[in-house]
Ligand binder design. Structure first.
Ligand SMILES: [Zn+2]
Length: 197
């Protein structure tokens, strides 16, 4: 499949991440605001330094998928992009469930999608984490999480024979790993922003 002239994902690991590429959407924020409860549409905008810096339209098709629509300039031409994103759920440690985006590129379960090179994808596909100064600690968190995920079922469900308390404890650790990785990434983005003005 041709990707056109945008050369998405063509950068080397370690390619400098530019602040204007880092508009992002957060599934937790949309869930908290009730945007994902049923079919419908809403618009989402970003601000930088008090000024609007972009917006997208979001069409929620069902509990399992939504479509992001946004303008994108490619080779000097304005195009409208529609990108479908699947939504998955995992159980919470103490009942209920939470939603995640499935990255449109690699299907990884993530809370955040970043807009870069004209499309939304996870931090791995957008090569954001590779530029991190603290890659060792991120890798440690990944290893820890992977070891726990290997003990859990699909979508972090409780496998047969595992006690509920054990499952709740493991889930809490996995979610904490995920949160810490997001935090490390936010810190990195903060450094890039402050170095750009
Ligand atoms: Zn991805």
């Amino acid at each position: 499949m041709s990707r056109g002239g945008s050369r998405w994902g063509a950068g080397r690991p370690g390619t400098r991440v530019k602040a204007e590429y880092l508009q992002r959407v957060d599934v937790r924020e949309w869930a908290r605001r009730g945007h994902l409860n049923g079919a419908g549409s809403f618009s989402w905008s970003w601000h930088r330094g008090g000024e609007p810096s972009g917006s997208i339209g979001v069409w929620v098709d069902s509990q399992h998928a939504l479509t992001l629509r946004y303008g994108f300039t490619e080779n000097g031409e304005q195009r409208t992009v529609a990108q479908r994103v699947h939504i998955t759920r995992t159980p919470c440690p103490y009942g209920g469930s939470r939603q995640w985006f499935a990255c449109p590129c690699c299907a990884r379960r993530v809370a955040l999608l970043y807009l870069r090179g004209g499309r939304f994808a996870c931090r791995h596909c957008q090569r954001v984490a590779h530029a991190s100064q603290s890659e060792d600690s991120l890798a440690r968190l990944w290893r820890k999480q992977s070891m726990i995920e290997a003990r859990l079922g699909d979508y972090w469900r409780r496998p047969k024979g595992m006690r509920r308390r054990t499952h709740a404890r493991l889930l809490a650790v996995v979610l904490e790993c995920d949160r810490l990785r997001d935090e490390a990434l936010e810190a990195l983005i903060g450094r890039l922003f402050s170095g750009q003005t």
